[in-house]
Ligand binder design. Structure first.
Ligand SMILES: [Zn+2]
Length: 284
């Protein structure tokens, strides 16, 4: 990916190295256990996380942020990708006659407090509609590369663009409809809605790449393959085959590898919002 000269976003908040009082293990493990239970019962874990806790006023003491050069470079990269999603979605919203309100992105290490509850160690990237923030532990990228076999900067960008896709869904009122709809049917119905929501976020990630490449020529040879490989690597079927060695709100009911690849590609090829209507699709 050509990203070095890209604009840096002002919406990145670095909470790495931040600890909060009382430790995180209790809340973190509690949420993880609830998420696991939710998984067995087919409930979208995000619904649980949505009600799992409240944001405390004080989030603890600031410690020196880690100065790992590789992580600092990643932070820089994340900031460029986020800025790029801001430019893309601002443009898309403007053309649709509305205004895009950018999300904030919180970098954390180990554990983090969000309006959706306290997320413990080994939680994958997630979006919290309650505070309109994307959360990511940069260690996830190492996991993506080593554990899921999905290396490359474009794979990393796809992860951010997917989470920003959830923010777009929130702005468009789609997340709220899914939440309301999930409560009306049984667990299977809720799962189906969740899969459609996740595949749409994949499609939105593809749409971002399309726009970004058209206006800023970010793609290099092999990038698209990296993105598709990452989408396949975190499909539900693959993840479950791997035995769910970690727990992440993002890892459940997201669609198969094949579906994730196809919807990402649909957004990437078309660049059109209407191509991403997974809720109207008769076949996912
Ligand atoms: Zn997602």
């Amino acid at each position: 990916m050509r990203w070095g000269s890209g604009r840096r976003s002002d919406n990145v908040e670095d909470r790495r190295g931040l600890s909060f009082p009382g430790g995180y293990a209790g809340g973190g493990i509690g949420v993880v256990v609830i998420a696991l239970i939710a998984m067995f019962f087919g409930v979208d874990p995000r619904v649980i996380l949505d009600g799992a806790g409240q944001l405390g006023g004080s989030s603890g003491q600031q410690q020196a942020a880690p100065t790992d050069p590789a992580q600092d470079r990643l932070k820089d990269f994340v900031s460029v990708v986020l800025a790029d999603t801001e430019d893309t979605w601002t443009d898309v919203f403007r053309r649709g006659g509305s205004q895009y309100v950018a999300p904030r992105l919180v970098l954390f290490s180990g554990a983090v407090q969000s309006a959706c509850g306290r997320a413990g160690a080994a939680v994958g990237p997630f979006y919290c509609p309650g505070d309109q923030q994307v959360y990511i532990d940069l260690d996830f990228y190492r996991m993506l590369e080593q554990r899921f076999g999905a290396p490359g900067d474009f794979a990393q960008a796809y992860v951010i663009a997917h989470e920003v896709g959830h923010h777009v869904q929130n702005l468009l009122g789609i997340s709220e409809k899914v939440r309301a709809g999930s409560h009306r049917g049984g667990p299977e119905h809720a799962n189906q809605l969740s899969v459609r929501q996740e595949l749409q976020a994949d499609c939105f990630a593809g749409l971002w790449a399309n726009h970004s490449n058209r206006s800023r020529k970010i793609l290099e040879v092999g990038d698209v393959e990296e993105g598709l490989n990452a989408a396949a690597a975190i499909g539900d079927d693959r993840l479950q085959k791997k035995g769910l060695g970690y727990v992440a709100p993002e890892s459940f009911t997201h669609g198969s590898s094949e579906q994730r690849v196809r919807w990402f590609k649909r957004g990437l090829d078309s660049g059109e919002l209407k191509a991403c209507d997974t809720f109207a699709a008769s076949r996912l």
